[in-house]
Design a protein around this ligand. Structure first.
Ligand code: MG
Length: 293
């Protein structure tokens, strides 16, 4: 099942997108306080979803929003979680503040307010703030049933589904402040979507993830191409880690880290500029595509 949120006809909708990604059926319309979250909570409780609340409509005719347009709290994000990306970081400005061994996942967060839709514009914060804006193609895990101290062996029972995020990053700001929070949290820095594919339809522990950049006026370039099985810390380990002493809640989001091929990894680096378009595709989910303005 594909759970989506969208705007159409001046109203907000949450509902189901058909398996071919072409048609959307609204279930909740103008429901204040996060309609998609209500659908996730119904799935967690094993309750039937509400019945259709309007006619099916072509996905081309609606404006998809992030499947959870405003998460109820910060998004958990994992740093340097693919071997080849860890390798490219070791040759970057981050070489001095990386742990020497991958004993524990590196975790930081993004604010709920950074989230934008799968086709929304990302606003460059301006050169006075950053001249080194970068993309990170990532699989995101949506937590279903909550829990604390979840063992890896049972972690997949807590997954509701999967979506795509672009963990947009201001590299110079990350470095300048030592902590990553400021460089990861500029407005619009978390494009997400196009929908949540539920875990009964996709086991994202091994799927293909690709990221392209189309520079303004240029040709599309494949920059990132990896499989999620190449993660240093797999999904069950990440859930175990994020729930250590912390109660995970339905709708929590864990962005699982990006593979090699970010702009920072090139020599010279390839920072994003006005008019560039970043497309991220994950097999079994779909694609998001965002223009930088
Ligand atoms: Mg990241």
């Amino acid at each position: 099942m594909r759970i989506a949120s969208w705007s159409w006809g001046g109203r907000e909708h949450a509902g189901i997108v058909s398996p071919d990604g072409r048609e959307a059926t609204p279930l909740l319309v103008d429901y204040a306080g996060g309609a998609a979250m209500r659908l996730i909570e119904a799935l967690v409780r094993g309750e039937p979803l509400p019945s259709a609340n309007g006619p099916r409509i072509a996905v081309d005719a609606i404006t998809l929003r992030a499947p959870i347009p405003r998460p109820r709290r910060n998004i958990f994000c994992v740093g340097r979680n693919y071997h080849a990306h860890a390798q490219e970081l070791s040759g970057s400005v981050f070489r001095d503040n990386l742990p020497k061994e991958h004993q524990w996942p590196m975790v930081f967060t993004k604010f709920p307010e950074t989230v934008v839709g799968p086709h929304d514009a990302v606003r460059l914060p301006g050169r006075a703030v950053s001249e080194q804006i970068d993309y990170e193609s990532e699989l995101a895990v949506i937590i279903g049933r909550g829990g604390r101290d979840i063992p890896a062996a049972r972690a997949m029972d807590h997954v509701c589904g999967y979506t795509i995020v672009n963990d947009v990053s201001a590299r110079d700001v990350q470095v300048r402040h030592n902590q990553w929070m400021l460089g990861k949290n500029c407005d619009t820095f978390c494009p997400m979507g196009p929908w949540i594919v539920t875990a009964d339809e996709l086991d994202a522990r091994d799927t293909r993830l690709r990221g392209w950049v189309t520079p303004a006026g240029g040709e599309r370039e494949l920059r990132q191409d990896a499989r999620t099985r190449d993660m240093i810390f797999d999904i069950p380990t990440l859930i175990e880690t994020c729930s250590r002493g912390i109660t995970l809640l339905p709708g929590d989001i864990i962005a699982t880290g990006t593979p090699a091929g970010v702009g920072m990894g090139f020599s010279p680096p390839k920072w994003l500029r006005v008019g560039d378009v970043v497309r991220i595709e994950i097999d079994g989910i779909g694609a998001i595509e965002n223009r930088f303005e």
